[in-house]
Design a protein around this ligand. Structure first.
Ligand SMILES: [Zn+2]
Length: 202
């Protein structure tokens, strides 16, 4: 597909942009591009506007760093949530997975990354400072570390446990039983409920 490399061409340019999305190869990118072209101009316009506004409308919650369009996300803004329990996840979409399990009524903290020295991702890339501040300032009694059970997820969990050692808060880790390295997002409700219920001290 020689045309795909000529980015002065509108079709080729969109194919090239779509193919940078995860899981989208050049053939899928071409299929999406021709689909948009075959749809109404209104649809293409709405798609463009939604993409354009994404970064300006969505920001990080002032408290837990989850994605939100307000100052506080819906969990931090809900007075009925139990603020003595904080569940730490790597990515915003993982809060949704834990919500689906229906067993956690505390609040969240989103790190937005995992430690990965080989990729040059150190503690500075993680939202750890706001987490430490919350443990200090809010009446947190337990931090449940729900990072994935991968090398990076375990390294991050151990690092958090060390950072929180001085604060006397209880630090727990979700139990194994999750598929190894498995992404929380794709874990079924029963497994996730078990992993939360079987959490152990870190
Ligand atoms: Zn929040």
């Amino acid at each position: 597909m020689a045309v795909a490399h000529d980015t002065n061409n509108a079709i080729a340019q969109l194919i090239q942009l779509f193919s940078r999305l995860p899981g989208i190869g050049e053939r899928s990118a071409a299929r999406l591009t021709y689909h948009v072209l075959g749809s109404s101009p209104e649809y293409a316009h709405a798609l463009g506007t939604a993409l354009e506004e994404l970064h300006s409308r969505v920001k990080r919650c002032q408290r837990c760093r989850n994605y939100t369009e307000s100052e506080l996300c819906r969990y931090c803004g809900d007075p009925k949530r139990d603020s003595s329990q904080l569940c730490v996840v790597a990515r915003p979409q993982e809060t949704e997975a834990i919500e689906r399990s229906g067993t956690f009524r505390g609040r969240y903290h989103v790190l937005h990354a995992l430690l990965s020295p080989l990729d040059g991702i150190g503690p500075d890339a993680l939202e750890i400072e706001p987490l430490l501040a919350r443990v200090r300032d809010e009446q947190v009694r337990e931090v449940v570390v729900a990072t994935p059970l991968s090398v990076e997820g375990e390294a991050t969990a151990l690092f958090l446990a060390q950072e929180l050692k001085a604060s006397a808060v209880r630090v727990t880790r979700i139990a194994s039983g999750l598929p190894h390295g498995g992404e929380l997002e794709y874990t079924d409700q029963v497994t996730l409920t078990r992993a939360l219920a079987g959490r152990r001290e870190l």
